[in-house]
Design a protein around this ligand. Structure first.
Ligand SMILES: [Fe+2]
Ligand SMILES: [Fe+2]
Length: 298
């Protein structure tokens, strides 16, 4: 029996870009993330969707790796942007230009274009760059769909929408960024941090960008939204690179309590959190690398 959002038959995830390039010759890496998600809910071409999840800092390594991995940018049906950061959105327009289709939806949170900047060690804007403005997206054949609500993308695939409820130890993002409101500099809660949920027979597969909303809060939101408690895998960055030991320990404990079957992480998760997960989760933990393929059902 499938719930309100339906169920997928299969999902193939290709890591197009991650901070580490692993072993395969010719693949490029960069601080950033981009995943190709090939989802199928029934047999035949009409049952398939190819989703590009984030676009790296720049298109060049993503397009280089797509060619080596035999993935065609023309096949991309939809782009999903997990949040505003340059290392997840920078390549957007150049990748859209490599796709001849005239209306490729680009799904993101409604506040993704707000100013977002860091002041340590010195002032630096880190949000959406002007090269990826709404006008530039439209010119490149994209169509921005900016929404704060969960959005079903196909049977068995839905966005989380804004993560409004955050568990206590994830109340604030680990990194301190600022935004502007009425001429004032205020802390940015990263309300635009959204993720994708895939519903499969074996459980939920949750794909995240940096998890600035908190990985445990994201998993809880996915479970609440779908009514499915089993989590087959969580894939993406957890942004614990600047988290203290207490937060890392609470996060790993919660992953164990929630019985998340497999964790594929890297990018901004940080060595300390990765080491803790490796120790506590053993083979359930897997370090992401560019070129990796993750297939469901396994
Ligand atoms: Fe990131
Ligand atoms: Fe980020």
């Amino acid at each position: 029996m499938t719930g309100e959002y339906g169920q997928l038959e299969s999902l193939e995830i290709t890591v197009l870009l991650e901070d580490c390039a692993g072993y395969d010759t010719g693949l490029l890496s960069q601080h950033g993330a981009s995943f190709l998600l090939e989802a199928r809910h029934k047999n035949g071409k009409r049952g398939e969707r190819v989703i590009l999840f984030d676009t790296g800092q720049s298109a060049q390594p993503v397009l280089n790796n797509m060619q080596i991995l035999r993935k065609d940018p023309q096949d991309i049906d939809l782009v999903f942007l997990s949040h505003c950061h340059y290392d997840h959105t920078g390549g957007l327009v150049d990748i859209l230009e490599a796709n001849n289709r005239c209306r490729v939806p680009v799904v993101a949170h409604s506040t993704i274009y707000r100013p977002n900047f860091s002041i340590k060690p010195s002032f630096r804007p880190v949000g959406m760059g002007p090269e990826n403005s709404l006008q530039a997206i439209e010119k490149a054949g994209g169509e921005a769909i900016l929404t704060d609500e969960p959005l079903p993308l196909m049977p068995g695939a839905v966005t989380t929408g804004e993560i409004k409820e955050r568990v206590s130890f994830e109340a604030a993002p680990t990194l301190s960024l600022l935004t502007l409101q009425d001429g004032k500099n205020i802390p940015d809660r990263m309300a635009d941090d959204t993720s994708l949920i895939f519903i499969l027979q074996e459980g939920l597969v949750i794909v995240t960008g940096c998890s600035h909303a908190g990985i445990i809060s994201i998993i809880e939101a996915a479970v609440r939204l779908t009514g499915m408690e089993q989590v087959a895998a969580v894939i993406g960055g957890f942004h614990l690179v600047d988290a203290d030991e207490e937060r890392i320990n609470k996060t790993v404990k919660a992953l164990i309590t929630m019985n998340v079957k497999k964790i594929y992480t890297g990018h901004c998760t940080g060595l300390k959190a990765e080491a803790k997960m490796l120790t506590e989760l053993g083979e359930r933990f897997c370090r992401l690398r560019t070129g990796m393929k993750i297939i469901f059902p396994e």
